[in-house]
Ligand binder design. Structure first.
Ligand code: HEM
Length: 519
């Protein structure tokens, strides 16, 4: 008994002195160092209780207004820095871009992107470099994006025709169908684009996509408390994401199998055609391109040597392109409804560019003649950036920012919404004033740090060209073909501006409007 008491006392003293030593060492280590501003936090939860998951970027904005543009938060057990000023963003992207080019390993992307083997959530390194190079050169180059023009034109035609037949147009849903149909045809070929607006095939894929998007932006316990990974399984989250992934995987197995079968059939029919792959480059969909590169990689190794890489890139194209483009079109239409003078001015520009011919659609080659349209879209993306916190970054090495030491493996959130409505930079930041971009050189290509809707540096969005032509073409034709008004009994003040939770910010309530055809 005495022996037990002694052992207990010994253990207690040992634990207590270890803890005391650890605190002392930590205090000593940070002595003389500039400590990052860090609000008071709760044990275990850290600062999670300060964040409203439905308005994450707004909660972070309030915290940075109170504690400064560079703050440290503990999100569960994960140290995370929040950047909310353009000069800190500039310092990072111009001087420490490599250090900030990592991505944290998160549950959703890890599962849905085949262990992060696509570009978006791949850790910084050789795999990411190869994957990004292929995506930029083979799938999203200017030439390739141009080659998809016929698909875009046909889909815009269907989109406008569908709206003409509706008494009330739900633009949130319709724009998502438009983006989804375009990506479907570009990525998988015409066969998989069946379904269109409400058809069965399309609806099934939309549901799968929506579910995956929810998981990508969703809250997994493991992402904040890695030791509690089992909780996600216990509450059923893990099971649901696995089911979603299984369906995605099966779908792509079918798509790939059909492409290989088609290729074989064509080879039998037309031998010389298959010998000259480049000659049919423009007809290829993304699956054709990726399978062709896969064959090479199987021999030489590297990215795309596994079929999982092919599938990851395909699903990433859907997840990265559809939601963001649709949200941008919907928010811009929302802003235009709330600002009728701007809408009128834009419709005048369209009328002038087409000589008042409303019998035909606006063509892609005419978009260059529409500078006000570009200003309107920029202003919409400034006031409501579709991806307001970029994607989470992670430091891959330690560095100093503004005199503060930032250790490696720190999670980093750029609150670009806070930057693009910063009153120190923007005059009347909360007003929708597209004219502020008139004659201004400020662009979204990642060089103007006060306006970063696509990010900046190595991890900047590679899909800008792909997205912007869809957004511009859709908006130009929506405003060229129709006059817009609110459904009976409603006025524009009734439009709810609340946002939905997720990586991409959507309008919480669908935007439902009356479209009066002009022809
Ligand atoms: C309006 C439409 C779009 C917006 C607003 C948007 C925005 C963004 C943002 C903010 C990021 C994160 C940048 C960062 O973390 O620093 C990103 C990354 C990315 N986007 Fe986009 N995006 C759009 C369309 C597209 C399209 C159409 C594609 C491809 C088809 C695409 C593919 C990607 C990829 C692959 C990444 C990851 C880049 C990397 O980690 O290296 N995006 N995008």
């Amino acid at each position: 008994m005495e022996q037990q008491a002694f052992l207990f006392l010994f253990l207690f003293l040992f634990l207590f002195s270890s803890l005391f030593l650890k605190i002392l060492l930590k205090a000593n280590k940070s002595k003389g160092k500039k400590l990052l501003p860090c609000p008071w936090r709760l044990p275990i939860l850290g600062h999670l209780h300060l964040l409203n998951p439905n308005k994450l970027h707004h909660s972070l904005l309030s915290l940075s207004n109170k504690h400064g543009p560079l703050i440290l938060l503990h999100l569960g057990s994960i140290p995370t820095i929040i950047i909310s000023s353009h000069d800190i963003a500039e310092e990072i992207f111009t001087k420490h871009d490599i250090a900030f080019s990592g991505r944290p390993l998160l549950t959703g992307p890890q599962k849905l992107f085949y262990n992060c083997s696509s570009v978006t959530f791949s850790p910084y390194g050789e795999h990411w470099r190869q994957a990004r190079k292929i995506v930029m050169l083979e799938l999203l180059s200017t030439r390739r994006v141009r080659s998809f023009e016929t698909i875009r034109v046909e889909e815009i035609k269907k989109f406008i025709a569908a709206i003409k037949d509706l008494s009330i147009a739900n633009l949130s849903e319709l724009t998502l169908s438009l983006a989804n149909n375009i990506v479907c045809r570009v990525a998988l070929g015409d066969k998989f684009a069946e379904g269109g607006y409400g058809g069965e095939g399309g609806v099934w894929l939309h549901q799968l996509l929506k579910e995956s998007q929810r998981f990508l932006g969703g809250f997994f316990v493991a992402d904040f408390f890695p030791a509690l990974k089992w909780v996600d399984r216990l509450i059923g989250f893990q099971g649901r994401i696995e089911k979603n992934f299984e369906q995605v995987d099966k779908f792509f197995d079918r798509v790939i199998w059909e492409h290989i079968k088609k290729e074989k059939e064509e080879e039998d029919e037309e031998e010389e055609r298959s010998n000259n792959i480049n000659a049919r480059g423009d007809e290829e969909d993304m699956v054709d391109i990726l399978l062709r590169l896969h064959e090479v990689a199987v021999v030489h190794g590297g990215f795309l040597s596994s079929m999982d890489h092919v599938k990851a890139i395909l699903w990433e194209s859907f997840l990265a392109a559809t939601d963001t483009s649709s949200a941008t079109i919907t928010w811009t239409m929302t802003q235009l409804m709330k600002n009728p003078i701007v809408m009128k001015k834009l419709q005048e520009e369209l009328k002038k560019a087409t000589n008042g011919d409303t019998q035909r659609l606006i063509q892609e080659c005419e978009l260059e003649k529409l500078p006000y349209l570009k200003q309107v879209i920029k202003e919409s993306m400034r006031i409501k950036p579709p991806v307001p916190l970029l994607l989470p970054h992670e430091t891959i090495q330690s560095c100093q920012i503004q005199g503060y030491d930032i250790p490696a493996k720190t999670r980093v959130i750029f609150n670009i919404m806070a930057i693009s409505i910063d009153p120190n930079i923007w005059e009347k930041p909360l007003e929708f004033l597209p004219e502020r971009f008139e004659g201004s050189k400020v662009d979204f290509k990642g060089q103007d740090f006060e306006f970063l809707p696509f990010g900046s540096g190595r991890r900047k969005c590679p899909g800008i060209n792909f997205a912007m032509v869809i957004v511009e073409l859709a908006l130009a034709n929506l405003l060229h073909c129709f006059d817009w008004s609110m459904p009976d009994g409603m006025n524009t003040e009734d439009i709810n501006m609340d946002e939905n939770i997720g990586l991409t910010t959507h309008k919480k309530e669908a935007l439902c409007l009356v479209a009066k055809p002009k022809w």
